[in-house]
Design a protein around this ligand. Structure first.
Ligand SMILES: Nc1ncnc2c1ncn2[C@@H]1O[C@H](COP(=O)(O)OP(=O)(O)OP(=O)(O)O)[C@@H](O)[C@H]1O
Length: 238
């Protein structure tokens, strides 16, 4: 299939991927094929240590497989050199990390604006970056005064989570990857948070791949994916 056709249909296409961490025991993962159609919302589950975060890191190009293809929006990221992969990720993927990865002594607003510095396409999609950051923050329940004046380190965990989501969504990347974004919230806050995330993702027509241990959240997703259904996982003593 030509890259342009793939781009139209699949947000993520992995084939023949092999990856192993060094260390003991050695954890290895093989994925014969994984296709995620553009616009799909996917709930990725699996027991602790089964390799969910590892899979996300491969899709984001943070780690490199030993072999195989990983196409994001039709482009294979495996042959890309480190800096090119970083630029590609900044442009194409909004990532919500488990620990948020905010800059602690920078305002919430500047944290939200950060991806625009490294992603010209995302910048072009929102010429008024500040206005868009405040709109997203408001939609996620963060008042403008707080966002403009407060350093990330001074925000509550739930507020930091919302800043991390606004940062992932700004400039409308077409793929959103979220690693346990609700783990620090209570049940009510989790439901409200997912409502907001889904609303924004659906407005953008983006693809969402989210990892969570909380199976109750799965029902609102288009697809539920157990990592062991797509990946052969092995642990070897070295
Ligand atoms: N940086 C690393 N260096 C070496 N091995 C690692 C590293 N990160 C993860 N691993 C190995 O990979 C395995 C899978 O870890 P991973 O974090 O991908 O699982 P997970 O399914 O996301 O777990 P959890 O649900 O607990 O977050 C771990 O058991 C560990 O042995």
């Amino acid at each position: 299939m030509a890259a342009s056709e793939t781009e139209a249909t699949n947000a993520i296409l992995m084939s023949g991927v092999k990856f192993a961490w060094s260390g003991a025991p050695r954890f290895g993962m093989s994925i014969a094929e994984l296709a995620v159609p553009a616009g799909q919302t996917v709930f990725l589950l699996g027991e602790s240590g089964s390799g969910k975060s590892t899979l996300l890191s491969l899709i984001c190009g943070i780690n490199q497989p030993e072999e195989g293809r990983i196409e994001i929006a039709g482009q294979d990221i495996v042959p890309m050199k480190g800096a090119a992969r970083d630029r590609f990720r900044a442009e194409q993927i909004g990532v919500i990390f488990q620990m948020f990865n905010l800059l602690p002594y920078t305002t919430a607003l500047d944290n939200i604006l950060l991806p625009l510095r490294f992603a010209p396409e995302r910048r072009r999609r929102c010429p008024d970056g500040r206005g868009e950051a405040l709109r997203l923050a408001k939609a996620l329940g963060l008042p403008a005064a707080l966002v403009e004046r407060t350093q990330a380190a001074a925000l509550s965990t739930g507020q930091q989570q919302r800043v991390a989501v606004a940062r992932a969504l700004i400039g409308q990347p077409q793929l959103i990857i979220a690693d346990e974004p609700t783990s620090a919230l209570d049940a009510n806050a989790q439901a409200a948070f997912l409502d907001l995330l889904f609303e924004q993702v659906q407005q953008m027509g983006a693809t969402l791949l989210l990892v969570s241990h909380d199976i109750r959240l799965a029902e609102r997703f288009d697809r539920r994916l157990d990592i062991l259904d797509i990946a052969d996982v092995r642990r070897e003593a070295t």
